[in-house]
Design a protein around this ligand. Sequence first.
Ligand SMILES: Cc1cc2nc3c(=O)[nH]c(=O)nc-3n(C[C@H](O)[C@H](O)[C@H](O)COP(=O)(O)OP(=O)(O)OC[C@H]3O[C@@H](n4cnc5c(N)ncnc54)[C@H](O)[C@@H]3O)c2cc1C
Length: 513
Amino acid sequence: MTPFPSHDSCRQNPHRAGCLENSWQADKPSAETAIHLANPMSTKFDAIIIGTGQSGPFLATRLADTGAKVAIIERNFFGGTCVNTGCIPTKTMVASAYAAHLANRGSEYGVCLPGKVSVDMKRVHARMNEVRLTHRKGAEDRLRNHQNCVVYTGHGRFESAHEVSVGNQVLTADKIFINVGARAVVPPMPGVDQISYFTNSSILEIDYLPPHLIVIGGSYIGLEFGQMFRRFGSKVTIVETAPRLLLREDEDISAAILDIVQREEINVRLNARCIGFSKRKDGIGVNVDCEEGSPQEIGTHVLLAVGRRPNTDDLGLDKAGIVHDERGYIVIDDELRTNVPGIWAIGDCNGKGGFTHTSYNDFEIVAANLLSNDHRRVSDRIPAYALYIDPPLGHVGMSETQVKHSGKRALIGVLPMTSVGRAVEKGETLGLMKILVDADTKNILGASILGTGGDEVIHCILDVMYAKAPYTVIERAMHIHPTVSELIPTMLEKLKPLVLQDLSRPDLRHAAA
Ligand SMILES: Cc1cc2nc3c(=O)[nH]c(=O)nc-3n(C[C@H](O)[C@H](O)[C@H](O)COP(=O)(O)OP(=O)(O)OC[C@H]3O[C@@H](n4cnc5c(N)ncnc54)[C@H](O)[C@@H]3O)c2cc1C
């Protein structure tokens, strides 16, 4: 079984599951490449960037603005994962799913529709496609229109520490930036090679409704797609090997998310062991062997959402002597430099982020250090992310579990969204807010806001954390009424000592004192 479709099979059938992010358009030299073939001298650049994700193109134009001659290589769609198969298309479809959900709840608000709500998947798909194509074109045009940038389409690969091949061309530069991103993992689960399955890329190509979608993986990507397709009208089952959804989150957040999805009649199968697939006359059988319920789920379609792996396996890293870890992530220092002088790794391929904002931040750090004499580091940033189910989760800094493990004396504030006036007015009261504060320094350690507007509201906490200001700054601030944010000062007024549940653990005991 091939865990990921080979390059040859992707070339024959680019729409095969797993191919979209891993394919490249052609091995033939592009128009630009042809120009350089005729003039081999011009293949020497000041900088080469491999990949057009969320940091490479910004760095390319920033360097080119200084007069540097920059080559940028893309093997697939300009803009990378976020633009084509990640954030932008998914959030566009999440918006359609939200509209469908509100329409179905219309009567609760006194809005009566003449008939049953139906979703036109062709229009949902067309709307999503229009948004992502606009972004893709914008990303490509910005690069092609810059007089100091030369765009190459094809697969870039190191030939040495200063040489990168693309098609028949070898480009050289003293500075090389790797922005090759990551792709969906296709795990070697029994029977996976016997069935058709979707990844986050291929599911975005469908313009019909899967009658029963089984999502393997109850984490960020799986939950977003699961809720979205449920709202479009699919029956959805989420299968997760862990005992709870989103193992990385605190238990109360994870439980609240389970409640949110179960209210929408999404079937969640936890503790799934030995997941395996079989083709059946009536669809696809998925062995789950959970502690409770039937040992098999039968669906019509399967989405694999079980993680990502970096696109570093066919990059010639060994020829350049670039060190990577056992999972393929390129090892970098605090300024994104690899072990080889003159080579940087930015974005998902360095394993330090996994988000569009972390990739973009990588660009800012490299540009500041190289061009502005402004010493910025990866360790300066505060972890922050959102989960775009509805209501969304915004998270910054440490979780409650991490604070407990840290041994810090801490204070905690928790508020259910039912206490938030704006949430009540909107009829969206699911979820909770939680904040953790260092009892000694008064600095905010972390926060989670699972609730309406959580992805935006979290930034008022994040900015105070960046300012290294005490929590009392927000506590005393006058926030606008009626908003979700106005309840953050209220939550901070009611902080209590963080009680450790597992006092038998010596490493945690002193933190409770
Ligand atoms: C379904 C989904 C939803 C997501 N939602 C969010 C979200 O809401 N918010 C968020 O912050 N993040 C989200 N992410 C993550 C986000 O998309 C990535 O973290 C982001 O795209 C950063 O990627 P990057 O810059 O590392 O490179 P990428 O965007 O992955 O781009 C890498 C580019 O390099 C190209 N490439 C690879 N190898 C080569 C090579 N050898 N030669 C030439 N070109 C090459 C690829 O074709 C690709 O275009 C989501 C991801 C997925 C899958």
